[in-house]
Design a protein around this ligand. Sequence first.
Ligand SMILES: Nc1ncnc2c1ncn2[C@@H]1O[C@H](COP(=O)(O)OP(=O)(O)OP(=O)(O)O)[C@@H](O)[C@H]1O
Length: 247
Amino acid sequence: MTAASSLPPVALRAEGVGKSFLAGKLTTRILHGLSLSVHAGELTLVAGPSGCGKSTLLAILSGLQQADEGRVHALGNALHTMNRTALERFRLLHTGFVFQGFNLFPALDALEQVALPLRYLGLSAAQAKVRAVRALDEVGLVQRMTLKPAELSGGEKQRVAIARALAKEPQLLFADEPTSALDAASGQIVIDILHRVARTHGTTVLCVSHDPRLIGHADRLLTMEDGRILSDRRLAEPASFDVETAP
Ligand SMILES: Nc1ncnc2c1ncn2[C@@H]1O[C@H](COP(=O)(O)OP(=O)(O)OP(=O)(O)O)[C@@H](O)[C@H]1O
């Protein structure tokens, strides 16, 4: 496959996805028969105004929530047919998450934060430590791995959260407003890391955000409004792709 002339394989596909929420007695439709494809090894950014359904879309594409209608395929798996247990297993094996609020344990140091989920994957303590150190090195935090969240800056906390997600070596990385709580410089570092992860590991990175600083760093920008995709813009040449990085 020649990189510049064709797109990488599709890692995530939504077809006719609809979602409604009940608030009090009122049912509000959030996603309106939305369809999209996300390609492997790219950083795809979903932008749009607050409340347009970005986080709901991310939750459905990652198997955190189920759509009311439509079909969702992730790495070839039909998420819309899976029960809760199967979805949990899918997420454990294939996905990493980064959220605005970091979601770190206050009592654990950076190394422990990153190593802990690896134990759930069945790695020994020694294997988990090796992988955790490697992931912390990748985000430039190996020198600070004995520090707890209270001793780290916001940007550093988010980098620990990214390292925790990366250490699992997921094929899919989902980021929900990863830079919103950060100053410009820290936000820049975080988005650079996410882009590099997509390019060097072939990881499919789907990021939802209304932070305009992210746009210049994405390979592709999808704009949402009122539960629909309004525009789809490619910002960089498609990622080069070969069988070694294919999901
Ligand atoms: N579990 C839920 N129950 C009821 N309403 C919900 C639920 N989750 C989301 N919503 C509503 O769905 C709409 C879309 O929410 P969503 O978080 O997907 O939007 P968003 O584009 O990510 O917004 P923001 O940029 O502010 O995070 C909002 O009006 C929200 O209140």
